[in-house]
Design a binder for this molecule. Structure first.
Ligand code: IPM
Ligand code: MG
Length: 360
């Protein structure tokens, strides 16, 4: 059996980190006989430059035909002045939406070796293991109407629509509850139901699904409080489930608890578990082309791909163990570097993981 993996490197540091992740994928493919076949495509600014659109038809066709997608990162200042509907980010949002990748899993796990790289005191973050489940194809990111219009008095007004249907809330709730079952069995739903009707409904639907999972405890927090709790006492959380925009924001905050956003992988799944895998971080134009970017978030995204879509949990664990061993050996890219560690670049970090896998 073969698995088709479509690789979309994207922009700025995207190709640098994806190259290392592909080396790791090739290594486990050989070691575990996974039958993975890799193809490449263009998305984001890279696609815009070649085809004039951020999500070319060809890319969408290849994405639909693939079992899994590995994405680097898209966007950056080079395309700041292009029309809004042609922005590189639209390519990413388009592919999420077209493939109905509604379930975004963002695990924030603290590797003990990185406790001192966290912005919080080691005792606050030691043992941290949070899973953020972010709704990815709805909410204010996609709600219509949207735009910028000119009022009668000539003043301009920007507007978006924050909307969720019951069915959209139900499916993300089921995903969060079933994932919690495999963990510490606690779901915290984050909303703003003291102000926004759409999240009043969100909370109601969560409550209505909860009895189907009597072994899982459901709690609720307003998003402002959740942000505070995340940086005050993050270990209270097991699974956090929330909408698209709140999830975007909270996952960046959670990322920094783990030392660096350069460590955070993600999976975006459809209802059948097919998915797109990408680091949570962006295209980091400020460090692009310097060989400094941390490839571990992308490498760990490959591990998630093996676990969630390609049904190869041993290979996934092997990658995670190899990453841990490389951190044990003291290798650090600049984002996770503290005094006394060995400073390495993107390629050296990637190759160290491959070497570690080979020596199993
Ligand atoms: C993310 C990113 C994207 C998002 C951007 C690049 C459109 O921030 O995956 O978190 O907002 O979803
Ligand atoms: Mg984000």
């Amino acid at each position: 059996m073969t698995h088709k993996v479509l690789v979309l490197p994207g922009d700025y540091i995207g190709p640098e980190i994806v190259t290392e992740a592909e080396k790791v994928l090739a290594q486990v493919n050989e070691q575990f006989g996974l039958g993975v076949e890799v193809e490449h495509g263009l998305l984001g600014g890279a696609a815009l430059d070649v085809h004039g659109v951020p999500m070319p038809e060809q890319t969408l066709r290849d994405a639909r035909a693939a079992d899994a997608i590995l994405l680097g990162a898209v966007g950056g200042p080079k395309w700041d002045s292009v029309a809004r509907e042609l922005r590189p980010e639209r390519g990413l949002l388009g592919i999420r939406s077209e493939l109905e990748l509604f379930g975004n899993l963002r695990p924030a796990i603290l590797y003990p070796q990185l406790a001192s790289a966290s912005s919080l005191k080691p005792e606050i973050v030691a043992g941290l293991d949070i899973l953020i489940v972010r709704e990815l194809t709805g909410g204010i990111y996609f709600g219509e109407p949207r735009g910028i219009r000119t009022l009668e008095n000539g003043e301009r007004e920007g507007f978006n629509t924050y909307v969720y249907r019951e069915s959209e809330i139900e499916r993300i709730a089921h995903l969060a509850f079933s994932l919690a079952r495999k963990r510490d069995k606690r779901v915290c739903s984050v909303d703003k139901s003291n102000v926004l009707e759409v999240t009043v409904l969100w909370r109601e639907v969560l409550e209505s699904i909860a009895p189907k999972y009597p072994d899982v405890e459901l709690s609720h927090l307003y998003v402002d409080n959740a942000a505070m709790q995340l940086v005050m006492a993050p270990k209270q959380f097991d699974v956090i489930v929330t909408g698209n925009m709140f999830g975007d924001i909270l996952s960046d905050a959670a990322a920094m608890l783990t030392g660096s956003i350069g460590m955070l992988p993600s999976a975006s799944l459809d209802k059948d578990g097919r998915g797109m895998y990408e680091p949570c971080h962006g295209s980091a134009p400020d460090i692009a082309g310097q060989g400094k970017a941390n490839p571990l978030a992308t490498i760990l995204s490959v591990a998630m791909m093996l676990r969630y879509t390609l049904a190869a949990p041993e290979a996934a664990t092997a990658i995670e163990t190899a990453v841990s061993a490389v951190l044990d050996a003291g290798l650090r890219t600049p984002d996770i570097h503290t005094q006394g560690d060995r400073l390495v670049g993107t390629v050296e970090m990637g190759e160290a993981v491959v070497t570690q896998l080979r020596s199993r």
